[in-house]
Design a protein around this ligand. Structure first.
Ligand SMILES: *Cc1c(COP(=O)(O)O)cnc(C)c1O
Ligand SMILES: [Zn+2]
Length: 408
């Protein structure tokens, strides 16, 4: 992504040799060959709802064995009440809280598993704020693949519980996600482990791009006008763009949607770089603090692909406060039935802000991606519910008590 040099898949493992850790690679496809292997019509007949229905568009061999968990095929819900509340007409919620380990990260980890097996890896490793780890842990468990996970000790309990339950070797790092990331890279080098890290392993955005295939297919190949997605490392937004780019090259969609990257005010590296026109290769890390742990990243590891996504799609980066993120959780839940973790709700908080500032117009067809289930972070959900004034009635087990509670 820095120098534009191209390599054959067997020439390099992760990054551009000339550019070291920063040298994230982008997978390049031969769309003419792909067009002969897969068409929208052939997909209509394909009963497989998972990401593997798009196998000819993925960087895996046609006969590569894939993990058994059902990754992808998440619902795209029409959300008329949510739309109406914002003065909009067409809003859909793509609910990736419905993935097997309850976050979007399963899309990437599924690819990591296949690539690691292809490489004959004995151990896979990743650093993560929590969800990428849980995704790798679950998918690895599904094929009995040993793995070592690095997460900040401050990760939400539910995510750590998933790791331990799936039987991963868990390193709780006394430090930030950025510390865990650097340590994981060092350990992978030292011990020869297969490295799934975001913004390092070029195949992760290839898994994540499947969300764009799905939403466009679910909309009858009539691409939306605007997509809202939250941004931490920037791998998801880069993947969203890549998927749309592929579809445009194949001629399956006729326009590139605007992609809006939503960041937390306290973790606004990309938004700041975007506003000020800064070079993300030289911009120093920031101190990241936000309730949305999954998008807390001082140095977004996939910042080149994230910036490309917004620039090439004529999109934007915007920020929302922690309070706006928390308020968005019950609002999204009550208007759609989708329960999101803070980083997932952040995308909706971004749409709410964009509707208020005129960044989107009433006629726009808009997709909001929920990237993670609310069950991932119950403490934040309780806090958000409390902020709305919602409170349970504490009662004796008697009908009389129910009557009194209801004010009869
Ligand atoms: C990882 C994650 C994000 C952000 O994805 P990046 O690729 O880091 O930008 C957003 N929401 C959830 C729930 C996540 O787990
Ligand atoms: Zn290079």
């Amino acid at each position: 992504m820095i120098c534009g040099k191209t390599y054959q898949p067997d020439e390099v493992t992760y990054v551009c040799p000339d550019h070291g850790h920063e040298g994230i690679l982008d997978v390049v496809y031969d769309y003419e060959v792909i067009a002969r292997r897969i068409r929208p019509e052939s997909l209509t007949e394909n009963q497989d709802p998972t990401i593997w229905r798009y196998k000819p568009l993925l960087p895996v061999e046609p006969d590569a064995p894939v993990p058994p968990l059902t990754v992808g095929g998440t619902p795209l819900y029409d959300a008329p009440r949510l739309a109406a509340g914002l003065g909009l007409k067409h809003v859909w919620v793509k609910d990736d809280g419905r993935q097997p380990t309850a976050s979007f990260k399963d899309r990437a980890s599924a690819i990591a598993i296949v690539k690691a097996q292809e490489a004959g890896a004995e151990i896979i490793t990743t650093a993560s704020t929590g969800n990428a780890a849980a995704a790798l842990a679950g998918l690895a468990a599904s094929i009995d693949q040993p793995n070592v996970i690095f997460v900040p000790a401050s990760a939400p309990q539910a995510k750590i519980a998933q790791l331990l339950t799936f039987g991963s070797t868990v390193m709780l790092v006394d430090g930030t996600y950025d510390d865990a990331f650097d340590l994981c890279l060092e350990a992978a080098d030292a011990f020869g482990w297969y490295n799934r890290n975001t913004g390092y392993n070029p195949y992760m955005s290839e898994g994540k791009k499947t969300v764009s295939y799905e939403m466009c297919e679910q909309l009858g190949w009539d691409a939306p006008d605007v997509i809202f997605v939250s941004v931490g490392d920037g791998c998801i937004i880069g993947g969203v763009y890549k998927g749309l780019y592929d579809l445009l090259q194949l001629g399956w969609i006729d326009h590139m949607p605007r992609i809006i990257g939503v960041q937390a005010e306290g973790s606004n590296y990309m938004a700041e770089a975007w506003e000020k026109g800064e070079d993300v290769l030289t911009k120093p890390p920031i101190e990241a603090h936000t309730v949305a742990d999954s998008i807390s990243a001082g140095l977004p590891r996939d910042r080149l692909k994230a910036m490309r996504a917004v620039r090439e799609s004529q999109g934007a980066f915007i920020t929302v406060s922690d309070e706006e993120i928390l308020t968005a959780i019950p609002e999204l839940a009550q208007k759609t039935g989708v329960f999101a973790e803070p980083a997932g709700a952040a995308a909706y908080a971004g749409l709410r802000k964009a509707a208020a500032t005129g960044l989107v117009s009433p006629e726009n067809r808009i997709v909001v991606i929920n990237t993670g289930s609310g069950l991932k972070d119950v403490a934040s959900a309780m806090k958000a519910a409390t902020m709305t004034g919602a409170e349970p009635y504490r009662i004796r087990p008697a009908l009389e008590a129910v009557r009194r509670a209801l004010g009869d």
